[in-house]
Design a protein. Structure first.
Length: 288
C-alpha cells in the first residue's frame, strides 16, 4: 500500500476547518463558528462531539452546539488548559483540525411526538442548545418544550441574545436560574435566584416527559431525584456524561466507564444504562 493510501485510512486524520467567526459569550467562553468544506460533519446529531485539533498543540473533545450543521459547525469553548488556551490565541481566518462527529447523541427520533424537557447546567448548555435548535427547527414533531438552564452567576449566561429571543416565543417554556445575581442591575434576561433543581420544581413536568440533561456531574443526582419526584421514569431520562477522552473512537481506553467506552457508547446514555455504574453518577439517596 502506498503511504498516501495508508494516511487516507487512518481514523485519526482530521479535516481542515477555517474559523469564520469568534464571539465572546462570557469571560473565557467563546463561540467559534468553523467552516468545513468536505461535508464530513453534516451528519452531526444533537449531543455528538468532535475532536478539535489545534496544530502544534493537540486535540480535545468539544460538543457540537448547533442543531443545524451544514457548511459550518459551532463550538462553545471554555478556556481550560493547553488546547483550549491555544485555540483562544487563534483569529478569524485561521485553521484548525476536526475529527468526527463521534459518539451517540440524544435520541431525537425517540423524543419525536413527545413532550421534551431540556436541562442544562453551566457549560452543559452547549450540547443542550443543539437539542433546542433541532426541536424548534422541527417544532411540529414535538409536544410541549421546556428549557431549564442554571448557572453559578448571571454573568456566566451563554447564548444571552438567543435566549432573549426564545423567551418571546410561546411554544417553549424557559426557566433560567443563577445561584448569584451579580452586578447592581438585573441582566436583560430575567433570572431566578436559585439552582437548576429549584427551576425543576417550578416547571410543570408530568411523568410523560422525556428529559435531556447535561451539566456538571454533581448536578445529576439532584436532577434525577427532582425528576423522580415528578414521576418521570428512568428510561425517559437521558444524560450526557463528560469523561476524559483522548482518541474519541474506542481505541485508547481513557474514557472507560461502567464497562463501556464513553466516546463510543456515549456521551449520551439513558439512565437505566448507567445507573448501576457508581462512577457514572454520584449516588442520590443511595439509589444511584
Ligand atoms: C464529550 C465531551 C464534550 C465536551 N464538550 C465541551 C464543550 O462543548 N466545550 C468545552 O469547553 N469543553 C468541552 N469538553 C471538555 C474539554 O474537552 C476539556 O475541558 C478538555 O480537557 C480541554 O482541553 P485542554 O487541553 O484545553 O485542557 P487540559 O490541558 O486537558 O486541562 C483540563 C483541566 O485540567 C486542568 N489542568 C491542566 N493542566 C494542569 C496542571 N498542570 N495542573 C493542574 N491542573 C491542570 C485545567 O485547569 C483544566 O481544568 C467536553 C468533553 C467531553 C468528553
Ligand atoms: S477516548 Fe479513547 S477509548 Fe474513548
Amino acid at each position: 500500500m502506498q503511504p498516501e493510501n495508508i494516511a487516507l485510512k487512518t481514523p485519526y486524520l482530521p479535516v481542515k476547518g477555517t474559523i469564520r467567526s469568534i464571539q465572546p459569550m462570557a469571560a473565557d467562553n467563546y463561540l467559534f463558528d468553523i467552516t468545513e468544506s468536505t461535508g464530513s460533519l453534516a451528519s452531526c446529531k444533537p449531543g455528538q462531539f468532535v475532536e478539535l485539533w489545534v496544530p502544534g498543540v493537540g486535540e480535545c473533545p468539544i460538543s457540537v452546539c448547533s442543531g443545524r450543521v451544514g457548511e459550518s459547525i459551532q463550538l462553545m469553548v471554555r478556556r481550560a488548559g493547553r488546547v483550549t488556551s491555544a485555540l483562544f490565541q487563534l483569529e478569524e481566518g485561521d485553521w484548525v483540525g476536526l475529527r468526527g462527529p463521534y459518539g451517540q447523541g440524544f435520541p431525537m427520533h425517540e423524543f419525536k411526538g413527545r413532550n421534551l424537557c431540556m436541562v442544562a447546567g453551566g457549560l452543559g448548555v452547549a450540547p443542550i442548545r443543539s437539542v433546542w435548535q433541532y426541536a424548534l427547527d422541527h417544532r411540529e414533531d414535538f409536544g410541549k418544550l421546556i428549557l431549564i438552564y442554571g448557572m453559578r452567576h448571571t454573568t456566566d449566561i451563554l447564548f444571552r441574545q438567543e435566549l432573549k429571543f426564545l423567551l418571546r416565543r410561546r411554544d417553549i417554556d424557559i426557566f433560567i436560574g443563577a445561584e448569584e445575581v451579580m452586578g447592581p442591575e438585573l441582566p436583560p434576561i430575567a433570572a431566578q435566584l436559585g439552582r437548576v433543581t429549584d427551576m425543576l420544581r417550578l416547571a410543570d413536568i408530568s411523568p410523560d416527559y422525556c428529559v435531556a440533561v447535561c451539566g456538571p456531574p454533581v448536578m445529576y443526582k439532584y436532577v434525577i431525584a427532582g425528576l423522580k419526584q415528578k414521576g418521570v421514569p428512568d428510561e425517559q431520562i437521558w444524560l450526557s456524561l463528560e469523561r476524559h477522552m483522548k482518541c474519541g473512537i474506542g481505541k485508547c481506553g481513557h474514557c472507560f466507564i461502567g464497562g463501556k467506552f464513553n466516546c463510543k457508547a456515549g456521551p449520551v446514555f439513558a439512565l437505566p444504562e448507567i445507573k448501576h455504574a457508581p462512577e457514572a453518577i454520584e449516588c442520590a439517596n443511595g439509589e444511584y
